[in-house]
Design a protein around this ligand. Structure first.
Ligand code: ARG
Ligand code: ZN
Length: 875
């Protein structure tokens, strides 16, 4: 049975206080939960209390301290129903037994290495005890943990430490933690084990000293330093940018190596996938460092957007996730280069969210129906959700946006809120009508804007016609026009934006056009000369823009647009046109045409010392094969796209000529490695040059790459060299891949990089190689990071081999998912998302993909996670 937003009812009972007592043992952990309950709505009058569970065993049950007769209740693995409960406050004491060692789903209480840890979002708490496991039940938790001291010297839970000591006469000890802030069960956390520690402290803006701790595997403490610095920067930033102060005496992060997702914002006890904590120059790339900084910030920012104000129900997931992604993006923009961060974020949005929004898994930022909530931690909820918040800021302006945020924190602190509550704060704080804007939360699909401009030299007017439409998506055949903020400029002949004396036809405020109708024509008067319209500056809305512009106008935009994002976008558009034309040429056997305009644009950007290196690196990186496939949209032949892209890169490298190698060498000044954004930008540019050089296959280029691989003093440069050789499928790759493996064989996070490179070689033997690696000692089916690196790398990042014409790539993924589904459904379902664009393939591959999907759908005992994805993908 699906869950529907419209069916929301407040809980009949609620829980004010929770006391948990854990007696930890690897395969038989005892949990005693004492819940202070009370009736909450009229519905409680029938006296039946229904709690949910998931694969747990009831060992004891008392109501107000008195054991309950067997006739009063029914206990199943997934529910506990109690009849004739008091119509007044009462306590329930529930004893359950759970088996953390057998918990391969990594939801609830499980083992990672020799440690115990938890993951409760979204519905994992019910795997610990029977509960009202829903986010609108907010309780104050006290947690007592007991374990053998030698097995688990560290005992952690949410909140502040209260007490700890030995259990007299045993080899066990205990700790008690108390969290004074009411929270939903999904924010509960516990960690116990023998862990290394890095400590620090932070003094908040009101002068309170907070104890900061990061726990990790022994021996990895040195790799936690960067995360600790990032945490302190995040805490300070939330104070200055949003006025948000931390609220407990201690903030703890634990890095674990078995984790389904990125990280989790449990109150005062964040638990992380270790790949988002650990970083040092020899094992982490610049991108890893940036990810660590961003994820540390994200989870910390949840303390206010997620924890202090949580979600009423899981349909509101974007209320905390979209908003918190927006906040972490802003933080990283302030720590690094704002334009480069924006380009990187839009790249991610277009690569992950656009295909979701354009395929069978499309859903609104706030879904209205779900079968399995775990499948809604999606790019749409996270990344498009962040774009919606960003549009709100664009529409209101920074000051009014901040007023709305302040009101939100003030009005809803301590509550479980909705998207309507959130929007009402901005409407109330500013007097704006946001009713049309609210459609962004309800309508799925990527809107398209078709733009047309006309300059009348006699009248000195520029008319701009904008028409919007949103394609149908599952369950939403027709769409209404949205409120789309279009940031713009009219670029004049000297590169500066042209002034205009008046404007009519649409609401224009400053440099933002508020497009609200299906089609609008805006007339700018007093425009001195023919402008080049620069639309959607800074990507002011998550839409596709179609505008008929000549290659020369695009080149001008690359040279002169005052908006760095649109300079990058114009170069991408030129490259995309070349790639699409080249793909058509490949398919019809014509020679691929030269691209002088694109080459000129890239050469100029490359040589423009006024542009920061990281930006130049972004411009040099032309659209990926997947980008081109998405743009083509139907009858996709991944081999033709790959060939066209290879030929274009070769042509560009030839056109740039010897300056490529000169530039590469000039950027090679040696200094001690630092992960800061400026140095990272120089490495990014240098490695983008190297990657183009390798595309020529010339000996000199390969020699330079091999040298960089061996001589590098940091992972960024070493991995970049290896990736260039391996993604070009050059014969030299084997030796370098083997050398890399030899060097890092004992470092799982680095081995993941190697697994991904092995899995993404665009060569026919890769599938066999991937299959062989599944039984290599470095691989573990139980570890989500290994699985995503190897199998996820193959299926989501190797377009030609996953989409092999013989269907063997599809069959492999189907077999793997069916097997993994029995142990870790969340990770299995996530891998299956690689099929989301199967309908856009050419008929041969489409048939084979459908066959693989139907085979999965027909399998017995599928998890709800995998069943949901496969059903929607085929629908
Ligand atoms: N709230 C976490 C974050 O985005 C994600 C946790 C999702 N986990 C899951 N198993 N669905 O920071
Ligand atoms: Zn989050």
């Amino acid at each position: 049975v699906p869950f529907r937003l419209e069916d929301y009812r407040p809980p009949a009972f609620t829980i004010d206080r929770v006391h948990l007592d854990f007696a930890l043992s690897p395969s038989a952990t005892r949990v005693v939960a004492t819940l202070s309950l009370r009736p909450n709505t009229e519905e409680a009058q029938n006296g039946t209390l229904e709690l949910v569970g998931d694969e747990i065993v009831l060992k004891g049950l008392m109501l107000n301290g008195i054991p309950l007769d067997a006739g009063r209740y029914e206990a199943l693995p997934a529910s506990l129903v109690i009849r004739d409960v008091p119509l007044a406050p009462f306590t329930l004491t529930i004893e359950t037994e759970i088996d953390p060692a057998a918990n391969t789903k990594l939801m609830g209480l499980y083992r990672s290495g020799s440690a115990y840890c938890t993951q409760c979002e979204a519905e994992g708490f019910r795997r610990i005890t029977y509960f009202l496991d829903r986010p609108d039940v907010l309780a104050v938790y006290t947690t007592r943990i007991e374990a053998r001291r030698s097995e688990a010297p560290v005992l952690l839970a949410n909140g502040n430490p209260v007490e700890s000591g030995d259990v007299a006469g045993t080899d066990r000890h205990y700790a008690i933690w108390h969290d004074p802030f009411p929270k939903p069960s999904y924010l509960f956390a516990l960690v116990a084990g023998d862990l290394g520690l890095v400590s620090d402290s932070f003094t908040t803006m009101s002068g309170r000293r907070v104890d900061l701790r990061i726990y990790c595997e022994h021996g990895k403490e040195g790799r936690c330093r960067y995360a600790m610095e990032a945490l302190k920067r995040s805490m300070r930033w939330d104070e200055t940018a949003f006025g948000r102060e931390y609220d407990l005496d201690i903030f703890v992060i634990v890095a674990v190596s078995d984790f389904n997702m990125g990280a989790m914002e449990n109150k005062g006890l964040n638990i992380f996938n270790d790949k988002y904590v650990l970083a040092d120059p020899d094992t982490a790339t610049d991108v890893d460092y940036a990810n660590v900084e961003g994820v540390i910030a994200h989870e910390y920012f949840h303390n206010w957007t997620g924890n202090r104000i949580t979600c009423r129900d899981w349909f509101q997931l974007c209320l905390k996730e979209g908003l918190t992604v927006f906040r972490d993006q802003e933080f990283s923009s302030d720590m690094r280069s704002r334009p480069v961060k924006r380009i990187a974020d839009v790249r991610t949005l277009q690569a992950r969210q656009f295909p979701e929004d354009g395929g069978p898994l499309a859903h609104p930022v706030r879904p209205e129906i779900y079968h399995e909530i775990s499948n809604f931690y999606t790019p749409t909820v996270y990344e498009k959700g962040a774009e919606v918040v960003r549009m709100l800021e664009t529409i209101l302006g920074a000051d009014d946006f901040r007023k709305g945020m302040d009101l939100y924190f003030e009005r809803h602190d301590g509550e479980a809120a909705t998207v309507e509550d959130f929007l009402a704060c901005f409407a109330d704080a500013t007097g704006r009508d946001l009713s049309q804007f609210a459609l962004w939360y309800a309508q799925a699909g990527t809107p398209q804007i078709v733009a047309r401009g006309h300059y009348d030299g006699d009248a000195k007017t520029f008319s701009l016609t904008l028409a919007q439409s949103t394609p149908p998506t599952p369950g939403q055949p027709t769409k209404q026009p949205m409120h789309i903020p279009v940031r713009f400029g009219l670029i004049g002949p000297n590169g500066e934006d042209l002034a205009f004396s008046s404007v009519e036809g649409a609401a224009v405020e400053g440099d933002v056009i508020h497009l609200t109708e299906t089609a609008e024509t805006i007339v700018f008067r007093g425009v001195a000369s023919r402008p080049i319209p620069s639309l959607l500056r800074n990507f002011s809305a998550p839409v596709r823009l179609a505008i008929d512009m000549s290659a020369d106008d695009l080149l001008f935009q690359v040279r002169a647009d005052a908006d760095p994002f649109n300079r990058w976008q114009a170069a991408q558009t030129l490259a995309m046109r070349a790639l699409i034309a080249g793909t058509a040429d490949v398919l019809t056997g014509r020679p691929v045409a030269a691209q002088p305009t694109l080459a000129t644009g890239l050469a100029e950007v490359l040589d423009n010392e006024e542009l920061e290196p990281a930006f130049r690196a972004q411009v040099l990186q032309i659209p990926s094969e997947a980008d081109v496939a998405r743009e083509i949209g139907q009858n996709v032949d991944p081999d033709a796209i790959a060939l066209s892209r290879r030929q274009l890169r070769l042509a560009l490298a030839r056109a740039l000529g010897p300056s490529l190698m000169r530039r590469y060498q000039a950027l090679g000044v040696k200094a001690a490695y630092s992960p800061d954004a400026a140095d990272a930008g120089r490495r990014a540019l240098r490695n983008a040059l190297l990657d183009l050089l390798v595309a020529t296959g010339e000996d000199e280029a390969i020699a330079a790459t091999t040298r960089q691989f061996h001589d590098a003093d940091n992972m960024t440069d070493r991995l970049a060299a290896l990736a260039s050789v391996s993604s070009a499928a050059l014969p030299q790759r084997r030796e370098l891949l083997d050398a890399f493996h030899e060097r890092y064989r004992n470092d799982p996070l680095v081995l993941d990089k190697w697994l991904t490179l092995e899995a993404t070689v665009p060569a026919a033997e890769t599938l066999d190689r991937v299959k062989a690696l599944l039984s290599q000692p470095g691989f573990a089916h139980s570890n989500p990071n290994r699985v995503r690196a190897l199998v996820g790398g193959f299926s989501a990042a190797n377009p030609t081999q996953f989409n092999r014409a013989d269907g063997a790539g599809f069959d492999f993924l189907a077999d793997f998912v069916l097997d993994l589904d029995r142990r870790n459904p969340q990770t299995a379902a996530r891998l299956l998302v690689a099929f989301r664009s199967w309908r856009a393939l050419e008929p041969g591959r489409r048939t084979r993909a459908e066959h693989a999907l139907r085979r999965i759908a027909a399998a017995e005992r599928l998890s709800s996670d995998t069943l949901d994805i496969v059903t929607r993908t085929l629908a």
